[in-house]
Write a protein that binds this ligand. Structure first.
Ligand code: AQP
Length: 328
């Protein structure tokens, strides 16, 4: 069975973008792949996190993983910081990555362009920790949203460089981008990705939003003056985004939806999108509450960490031997 690995950074409440672009795909992949899914808690630290909020976000994230259908008996589910080998390999890989490569990373360039002064050194090097998160498990595939493709490309480059220098050590992973929903956009600015740490709360649907709050957000989503429901991401990015959301949640094709809403106003269309979103949230939140009541989170994480540590430890030892960190 091929192996697949992915993680989500719990830097805030998980969003509909995380669900469509990542979580629901992970759940489907469990049928065909050996899945390794972690909570990337170390990555949240690249910007300041309130400790209490972070801890709550970690708890919500693991509960939502399970509520979405990730199964700890079929997949390895764990907290990144519970497997210390990630950080150790991360440092070794940062010594095999050039600053020029990190300077080209989009997130870094964006912050630099905005003149952000409080950028941490952790933020600068996090792509090498991400490379470690991946390479330490030798996955065949890494499912990611459109925006994360660059990280997997860097990971591949670093792995190839390492293999060339020290001999075959890492498997070269392939990024896997979902066909629909790879980039869900903000409802208040459909030219920007829906992000959990977005300050414009109205543009983002959180998986733990009250269903009626989420409905209001969809109903007030920014659209356009064209007045026609059609898929035109350049000229009608708001409507295109809502079509993608509806299609991802209902399983219906965009073509089919365009036909159904032809000649109807945006209000009717938005209501249909909101119905799909609300249906999802009600179902997910019921499962989330049920999982919290079972008090199983610690056990699930402990079980996942034990499985992950075996693989991570083996790979780290191999790397240390290859680079001469050990004595014969
Ligand atoms: N809007 C999105 N559309 C589709 N996929 C998305 N993902 C995130 N947002 C969207 C996918 O979810 C996985 C986990 O991503 P992440 O949360 O670890 O990192 P991120 O992409 O940086 O998410 P945010 O919400 O934008 O975080 P902040 O605001 O902290 O920077 C990935 O596969 C990602 O593509």
């Amino acid at each position: 069975m091929k192996r697949m690995l992915s993680g989500i950074k719990p830097s805030g409440q998980l969003t509909l973008g995380n669900y469509i672009g990542a979580l629901r795909e992970f759940v489907k992949y469990q049928n065909d792949y050996e899945m390794i899914v972690f909570i990337a808690n170390l990555h949240t630290l690249t910007v300041y996190q309130d400790p209490k909020e972070l801890s709550q976000n970690l708890k919500d994230t693991i509960a939502l993983y399970l509520a979405c259908g990730l199964d700890p008996n079929r997949s390895t589910i764990f907290m990144q910081s519970d497997v210390m080998e990630h950080a150790q390999l991360g440092f070794i890989l940062s010594c095999n990555t050039y600053m020029g490569e990190l300077n080209r990373m989009t997130q870094y360039k964006d912050k630099l362009a905005k003149g952000e002064e409080s950028m941490t050194s952790g933020f600068y090097v996090y792509p090498t920790l991400m490379a470690s998160d991946i390479l330490i498990y030798d996955p065949d595939f890494v499912p990611v949203g459109e925006d994360q493709k660059q990280h997997v490309e860097l990971t591949r480059d670093v792995a190839m460089r390492f293999n060339n220098r020290y001999g075959e050590t890492f498997k070269i992973p392939q990024p896997l981008i979902p066909k629909i929903g790879a980039r869900i956009m903000s409802l208040s600015d459909p030219t920007k990705k829906m992000s959990k740490s977005d300050e414009q709360d109205k543009g983002c649907i959180y998986l733990l939003d009250k269903p009626e709050v989420a409905r209001k957000k969809v109903m007030s989503a920014i659209t356009d003056l064209v007045g026609k429901v059609q898929y035109d991401p350049i000229n009608q990015p708001g409507i295109a985004n809502l079509l993608v959301i509806h299609s991802a949640l209902s399983g219906r094709s965009i073509e089919n939806l365009v036909k159904e809403f032809e000649g109807q106003g945006y209000g009717t269309f938005k209501k249909a999108v909101a119905d799909e979103v609300v249906k999802l949230l009600i179902d997910l939140q019921a499962k989330y509450n049920d999982i919290l009541n079972q008090h199983i989170l610690d056990k699930v994480l402990a079980q996942g960490a034990v499985k992950a540590r075996v693989l991570a430890h083996q790979k780290l030892k191999l790397v240390e031997t290859k680079i001469g960190l050990t004595i014969d």
